[in-house]
Design a protein around this ligand. Sequence first.
Ligand code: KG4
Ligand code: ZN
Length: 353
Amino acid sequence: RREPLVLGIETSCDETGVGIVRGTTLLSNTIASSMDEHARYGGVVPEVAARAHLEAIGPAIEAALSEAQIELADLDAVAVTSGPGLAGALMVGIGAAKALAISLGKPLYAVNHLVGHVGADVLDATGGPGHPIELPTIALLVSGGHTSLLHVRDLTGDVELLGETIDDAAGEAFDKVARVLGLPYPGGPQIDRAAVGGDPAAIRFPRGLSLPKDLAAHRYDFSFSGLKTAVARWVERRTDAGEELPAADVAASFREAVVDVLVTKAVAACRDRDVPRLLLGGGVVANRRLREVAAERCAAAGIELRIPALSLCTDNGAMIAALGAQLIMAGHEPSSQGFGADSTLPVTEIQAV
Ligand code: KG4
Ligand code: ZN
């Protein structure tokens, strides 16, 4: 059976992503980001993101088609993120996807953004043939908008949410602490740079939801707002005392606290569920220390660590197209035209109906 040619649209946050796949083969992956416009606010502003998507979506679709060297009429289906994410931002992608599907008379698949991150693993970023996803897997998704731990048994039918952040997302913590240290947005890469030469054990910052009493109810949940406050207090005390700030040590110690909790909980989930596989996704995967610690601890625990290319880890349209193609190949019916944006779409809803 011929592999479906699918165009995927992703607009849940600040990236306007349009990607095209044929089954598990990546044909194009176009991204327009409004990151620069959010930089002066120190974080993503929903209204600004929605307006930027509206301007970028048409050109992004054209660019994805020309990069893949296909015509709209060649498509077998359209896929789009229907949630979770920023409602206004999601609506722009959904509107475009519905219009495309209706005008082409092609089926439309409305998919879950988080499951899309997992679906990215079937693709080969260099455009090779890709591969079936290896299951079951635990997935740790870490970005500026989400921090979620999933148990994936069937990509198109059985995804369980094990835990998520109860306050800030991991990337958000990097962004906020960067601001405390006087570094620009987005904070992740800035902290990575500032931490060079720093001692990760210099300051013992708190590991959120890691004490025995917290683990009982929040074994797989995360909390980063206490950590952010702890760093802010520590910096404030030093500054008030007129002491010079050991910025590299603060950055390295903060980063270590985030990475330690993320990897500890992910590895615990692999052990508890007897799943020897961990998949990482989301923009925070760019963090060098996260990759390092995950590699060390997974190797020690006999867990296979899978990290897609960074262009497939950050928000993109190709992962949404890939999940759409998986749904088609598994025989799922298309979504109706009646679905809307669901900013809190639960991960168990892989496809909106
Ligand atoms: O997935 P992404 O590009 O967009 C969404 O948030 O959905 O992730 C962006 C987030 C930002 O919060 C940014 O600070 C963080 O990922 N990030 C990093 C690094 N690079 C980007 N966090 C830690 N270390 C990095 N090197
Ligand atoms: Zn994401």
